[in-house]
Design a binder for this molecule. Structure first.
Ligand code: ATP
Ligand code: MG
Length: 438
């Protein structure tokens, strides 16, 4: 994309309504625009990030046997009356009436709809286990929308649901999902630690929230430092092997981590003092086992091996895809702007033409740009170099390819790595290789 033609309205002034860095930076870098309280339009660069996150989530969910569906945003109130949640959900639910005076709602989550879908389709234990997921907009009429997309009213969520024949099987679905989440967050370039979380009225120990550590997080967290050191990119654990899922369960039970609701002083004292870490975190995911709560309430059962019907055990698994855009920035920025991890950056690199109109400068910039016009942002504007440097730092591209008239004549370019500030003087071929354009 040529920046001179891009729809990426950057702001010089700091927006007054934004209280935290990620919200300020998303507005200043031209990623989103607010249209109503807690409701945002995603501009092209922001949408690219949102899609890249969704793609990684999708690939990793498919890799553990998830099957993608797309359920609607609007749901019939009748579904929620069957589970008993229509009244229980309260004012966070946006209730709507159609012209026939039928009651609808804008879905805040999809347990009811997916349980109904499953019940109308799956009849036998032989068809289990099943995991369905979708990536869809949700609406919750949050009492205090804030922090931009991190606590919006309309937001984008991946929500998955597993159906199993027994508690034991459901436990494997749960830890398989935990492994998938650990891989997702690793690929997204953020550290998100699974923390024991409240299970509410259902009880039990199968509920974990995934938190990105950041001082502006809304939750207080306590965890063993070993969580910081685990590398889920190289972990050999296989989500299809029961013994590997048992091993993960073992790691979780031995490596303390909890949100403040579940924090337990006695267990905390057992963590060696130099290994104790506490701070604040942003909840970016939640996995939860809730047994037969919905299958029972909604009368959904399948026939077992001996012919008797039973209610399948369920779990639900959420990831805040749009919240993650803010959370990643919150965890990865400096005074100058965003520092995108490579896998989610809207463009892999920016080309900074320091002298548009200069023949050799233009030619060399074009040569780089034509390697990947879709994946590169070419700053071809007739602006001062200083403006280009500042905007590139603000937008946070992992690499800056800086091309000035002197270098261009000698076939040299400067590469800047945004994350470290490191600058390299390289030949054209070396630079192409470094950014992966050859
Ligand atoms: P919170 O405690 O932050 O309100 P929640 O417990 O209501 O979250 P879930 O129902 O578990 O959240 O939803 C799954 C995920 O959706 C959360 O982990 C979070 O990342 C995201 N999410 C929830 N509410 C919002 C919101 N208002 N805006 C953006 N993302 C949200
Ligand atoms: Mg909530």
């Amino acid at each position: 994309m040529r920046l001179s033609q891009a729809f990426q309205p950057t702001l010089k002034e700091i927006p007054a309504e934004a209280q935290i860095a990620s919200h300020r930076l998303m507005l200043r870098a031209g990623l989103v625009r607010q249209t109503a309280s807690g409701i945002y339009t995603w501009l092209p660069a922001g949408l690219r990030v949102l899609r890249r996150i969704a793609t990684i989530v999708r690939e990793e969910q498919d890799a553990v046997g998830g099957q993608e569906v797309l359920m609607p945003t609007l749901q019939s109130a009748d579904l929620w009356k069957r589970s008993g949640r229509y009244d229980a959900y309260g004012p966070e639910m946006l209730r709507i009436q159609d012209r026939q005076k039928r009651e609808l709602l804008y879905g805040p989550t999809n347990e009811e709809m997916v349980t109904d879908l499953f019940g109308s389709t799956v009849k036998s234990y032989r068809e289990l286990p099943k995991t369905l997921y979708h990536i869809q907009w949700k609406f919750r009429d949050e009492i205090r929308p804030r922090f931009g997309v991190m606590r919006g009213r309309e937001f984008y969520m991946k929500d998955g649901y597993s159906f199993d024949a027994s508690y034991e099987e459901a436990g494997y679905s749960y830890f398989r999902m935990m492994l998938s989440y650990l891989r997702i967050f690793h690929r997204l370039g953020v550290k998100a630690v699974p923390m024991a979380a409240d299970t509410g009225p259902i009880g039990g120990d199968l509920s974990h929230e995934f938190l990105v550590l950041a001082p502006t997080g809304e939750s207080e967290v306590f965890y063993h430092h070993d969580w910081d050191l685990m590398d889920w990119g190289t972990s050999p654990l296989d989500p299809q092997k029961s013994e590997d899922l048992d091993a993960l369960k073992e790691i979780v039970s031995k490596t303390y981590s909890a949100t403040d609701e579940k924090h337990d002083e006695a267990s905390w004292q057992n963590v060696p003092e130099d290994k104790r870490r506490s701070g604040r975190g942003i909840e970016v995911g939640h996995i939860f086992y809730f047994g037969t709560k919905y299958t029972e309430a909604m009368g959904v059962s399948v026939s077992g091996a001996d012919g008797t019907a039973f209610h399948p055990h369920m779990g639900s698994y959420g990831i805040g895809v749009s919240r993650l855009v803010g959370a990643i920035i919150e965890a990865s920025h400096d005074d100058h702007g965003i520092i995108w991890p490579d896998n989610v950056a809207p463009y892999r690199a920016a080309i900074l033409n320091l002298r548009p109109g200069d023949e050799s400068c233009d030619a060399l910039c074009e040569r780089f740009y034509q390697c990947d016009p879709e994946g590169l942002l070419y700053d071809d504007r007739s602006e001062r170099a200083g403006v280009k440097f500042n905007d590139a730092d603000l937008m946070g591209h992992p690499w800056q390819i800086i091309i000035g008239p002197r270098g261009a004549k000698n076939g040299m370019v400067e590469l800047k790595r945004r994350a470290t500030g490191e600058r390299l003087e390289l030949s054209v071929d070396e630079a192409l290789a470094k950014v992966g354009l050859n």
